[in-house]
Design a protein around this ligand. Structure first.
Ligand code: GLC
Length: 537
């Protein structure tokens, strides 16, 4: 029997619950709506859903500002309906993980309210207070567009409190053992409901120490190992996915000896996929992957093209950041903090060839891919909307009212209805039956990868190096399978020479394409095209 854990080679699908599907007609996405769409996710080949925050929240940061860690926001439905969703996901043979936001809570959380009102309350020490805002000055600011300091003055408390994100999200004090216990109990609460694990939000920032940058501290790793131990002991098989927007060598310790996180997002890879496509040269991508340390055998990277946040440029050089902004975000409105608030298809000129190439890169590299809702049909964005809401618009199911998202007259977010990306043109229903649609193109690439042992679990061997890499080429090889991947980053035809054994080779995506192997097989690759080649038996 195959002993590889399921998450080593899984497709994750990220659901932003407010915008996915409204099941009760009140204009707000909910659990019942998501439950109705599980057949669709199954048909895409999804293994695990990542549902974004569903906790009660003032929604200042779209649910990442939690006012009750052990409940669901009534706008999404009841706890019972969430339970039914979890059961239905399992009945579909899929899994479900949810966001675990440990670093902070909402300023409306009763803990914070009690803390600010009374210095002697036990909750005072649940947060990080100071009489001066001149402490921890080495710590960078994350929301650079809106925040000048990580300290906010609280009138009622008569002190400053620490926050790495919005002031509406006070950081919890992990030096307090009660806070640690409370978080472990939050994990138990949701695991007991039947979920399969967590995407742990913003984990690098849990502890603060004088004179430090206050990211990735040893104390943080120590606590995260406790979280994992709890999962292993009480909920064996559950997974933890790490959100640490850091360089690979800084993310590496989050896998520890295979006893901290099983999964971690590869943040620096993502902008380099776009940089390679934009510069028509994959140098930066090859370099970052070559600089990525090995991880323990039971661990895996999560790769992704886009998510609910800005396309972060934190993990690129200042020069590359400027290049990316100029190229992909010429309108300053498209920029947000150190990133770009746009979706996949508009970034890539709505060009199916470029998008397919981006998917080819993600799907042929090691890692478990995470798909962002709506990208599979080519949804656009709305940069007129506040903050990152422009990439969180309503899922476009069909060409009826509100794109089939809701029967309500007023919805929680506007639906996109422009002539290019609008729901009348871009929707699931019209693409389902069309073999050439975006949806079926992506679905087909996804199922081709899943059918290849080498692409799923093979080792990667580079066929390219150096400063100019117009064709991104590598071999993926496992015990039973070997695939040569050739991807033309450029707008021109390229030729690439492979050293192959004699025999016939075919393209996994278009098996009618065949080529004869020799020690100098020259292959011509059309602009922005790719081959996934395998030898015929
Ligand atoms: C993570 C989330 C982001 C949120 C932040 C604060 O980075 O992805 O959406 O704003 O944490 O919780």
């Amino acid at each position: 029997m195959d002993k590889t854990p399921w998450y080593m080679n899984a497709y994750f699908y990220q659901i932003y619950p407010r915008s996915f599907m409204d099941g009760n007609g009140d204009g707000y996405g909910d659990f019942v709506g998501i439950t109705q769409k599980l057949d669709y996710l199954k048909s895409l080949g999804i293994d695990c859903i990542w549902i974004q925050p569903i906790y009660p929240s003032p929604m200042f940061d779209d649910g990442y500002d939690i006012s009750d860690f052990v409940n669901v926001d009534p706008r999404f439905g009841t706890l019972e309906e969430y339970h039914q969703l979890i059961d239905a996901v399992h009945a579909h043979g899929m899994k479900i993980i949810m966001d675990l936001v440990m670093n902070h809570c909402s300023s409306e959380h009763p803990w914070f309210q009690a803390a600010r009102k009374d210095r002697n309350s036990k909750y005072r020490d649940y947060f990080v207070w100071s009489d001066t805002d001149q402490k921890y000055l080495e710590t960078r600011i994350i929301f650079t567009d809106t925040q000048k300091s990580n300290w906010a003055w609280d009138e009622v408390a008569g002190q400053y409190y620490w926050h790495r994100f919005y002031p509406q999200q006070p950081d919890l004090n992990f030096d307090n053992p009660e806070v640690q216990e409370a978080m472990l109990n939050v994990m138990r609460h949701w695991m007991d409901l039947g979920i399969d694990g967590f995407r742990a939000d913003a984990v690098p920032y849990l502890f603060e120490r004088d004179g430090m940058e206050n990211e990735n501290l040893p104390e943080t790793h120590e606590f995260l190992k406790r979280c994992r131990k709890l999962m292993d002991e009480e909920y064996p098989g559950a997974v933890l996915l790490c959100e640490a927007n850091m360089w690979p060598k800084e993310v590496r310790p989050y896998f520890a000896d295979g006893d901290e996180f099983q999964l971690g997002f590869h943040f620096p890879l993502m902008p380099r996929i776009f940089m390679s496509l934009g510069k028509q040269n994959a140098e930066s991508l090859v370099k970052i992957l070559k600089d990525t340390p090995d991880i323990p055998e039971n661990c895996q990277w999560c790769t992704f093209l886009r998510n609910h946040d800005e396309l972060t440029l934190e993990m690129v050089t200042e020069e590359d950041r400027q290049w990316m902004w100029n190229f992909y975000a010429p309108d300053p409105e498209m920029r947000k903090n150190l990133g770009i608030r746009r979706r996949l298809w508009p970034l890539l000129d709505n060009d199916p060839k470029k998008v397919a190439l981006a998917y080819s890169m993600m799907l042929t590299m090691p890692g478990s891919p995470v798909f962002y809702y709506g990208d599979e049909i080519g949804m656009g964005d709305d940069i007129r909307l506040y903050d990152r809401n422009g990439v969180r618009t309503l899922m476009q199911w069909d060409d009826t009212k509100n794109g089939g998202f809701s029967t309500a007259d007023k919805t929680c977010m506007p639906v996109i209805d422009d002539p290019v990306y609008g729901y009348k043109q871009v929707n699931v229903a019209s693409q389902e039956g069309d073999p050439n649609s975006h949806l079926n193109m992506i679905r087909s690439l996804m199922s081709t990868r899943k059918a290849s042992d080498a692409l799923c679990r093979g080792k990667l061997k580079w066929l390219v190096d150096g400063e100019n890499i117009p064709v991104l080429a590598y071999i993926r090889e496992s015990e039973y399978d070997k695939v040569w991947v050739l991807q033309n980053m450029t707008d021109n035809e390229q030729s690439f020479t492979l050293d192959l054994q004699e025999g016939t080779y075919y393209d996994l995506n278009h098996p009618e394409f065949e080529i004869q192997g020799s020690s100098k097989t020259e292959i011509k690759i059309a602009p922005r095209s790719f081959y996934w080649l395998r030898k015929k038996n």
